[in-house]
Design a binder for this molecule. Sequence first.
Ligand SMILES: Cc1cc2nc3c(=O)[nH]c(=O)nc-3n(C[C@H](O)[C@H](O)[C@H](O)COP(=O)(O)OP(=O)(O)OC[C@H]3O[C@@H](n4cnc5c(N)ncnc54)[C@H](O)[C@@H]3O)c2cc1C
Length: 404
Amino acid sequence: MNMADFALNEDQLQIQKWVHDFAETVIRPAGHEWDEREEMPMPIVQQAAEIGLYGWEFVMNAMADTSGLTLPVAIEELFWGDAGIGMAIMGSTLAAAGIAGIGTPEQVMEWVPQCYGDAKKVQLGAFCVSEPDAGSDVSSLRTRAVYDEANDEWVLNGTKAWITNGGIADVHVVVAAVDPVLKGRGQASFIVPPGTKGLSQGQKYKKHGIRASHTAEVVLDDVRVPGSCLLGGKAKLDAKLARAREGGHSGEKQPAMATFEATRPSVGAQALGIARAAYEYALDYAKERKAFGKPIVMHQAIAFKLANMATEIDASRLLIWRAAWLARNGGFKHGEGSMSKYKASEVAVHVTEEAIQILGGYGYTREYPVERWHRDAKIHTIFEGTSEIQQLVIARAISGMRVE
Ligand SMILES: Cc1cc2nc3c(=O)[nH]c(=O)nc-3n(C[C@H](O)[C@H](O)[C@H](O)COP(=O)(O)OP(=O)(O)OC[C@H]3O[C@@H](n4cnc5c(N)ncnc54)[C@H](O)[C@@H]3O)c2cc1C
């Protein structure tokens, strides 16, 4: 496939249909209930594990697709079903991506499967970067990792904020400062294995949207992990730190940034799924609902809204597919990953708001799903790099200047 070839292959079409069917029959009907309960929908994650949709094999196979499109195509369908439940199913994948991005092959084989478990025993992963005083500015993390050479152990201390699956996960991937003076270049990622002493859940946040996804603080109090839990290994970290201390460039990205860059088209695809759900719902509604003697879609003000929604959704998908393809075929050159996440997130917020408008009073009530989708869409302009941070990345990429 080259970039201009947008035809999905047989495998991708099958996966798209398979995920869509699950989203339509299992996820969509459960969306309202779990949003109201504000709880992790473990029975549905379990069902997803039983059909193989929640699991490391599916994610690793999708990531291995050389066109890059399988993952965003699947994610769009999943989030079309419901974003809160979609995030409950996808949350572990951020941890898996954090491991796959910088772990050694042995670490990947050992820990990625443990982020999911299996249908007999479902497990969860969490990727812990953000802190109360460091969200966008990931270079100023305060969580410290200190090496205890005598025992070949790392000791982690700090507090992580807004962590998806935080505290309830089996595997926590924690990004911490080894040498705070070096800021982002002095950081490393660590696996905290299941049951490790000293890791606990702090407050669980009550959120505006994606309320079926669990978000909480993670407290690390003298957490000791074996030396083998340092992702990428000690020799690589030592070499990186030495180069950074000499003032040279390590050539390596900050661990957190490397993960976030790779996952941007997927996050865009989440937003796209929500936007498409709202657009389709609003279009159907507009054909049925009558005002002034005709279906409201016959009023140009409503029809043009829908025309714009459809156009913006397609534009988002094209940016996402391009970024997903580039991520596997040569990499981003002008901030294409950020463009896709930025555009799709803003479009999702706008489209879901327009959907509420098209449904009028009904749209504003919890009897109809569009208000939930609007709340769910909003997170996408905030997490995994806010819209402003995406613009910063794009601005730097296109100008070659250190825009602040
Ligand atoms: C539901 C949810 C789930 C999350 N899941 C995870 C997770 O699993 N793991 C994890 O590590 N984190 C997670 N996060 C954290 C999320 O990534 C951060 O909230 C996000 O990166 C923004 O950081 P912040 O909240 O500290 O905002 P801040 O960085 O304080 O930003 C506040 C505002 O200032 C703007 N701003 C900041 N710096 C600049 C700048 N240089 N130029 C222009 N504008 C700027 C921002 O765009 C934003 O509008 C999650 C957050 C939420 C709400």
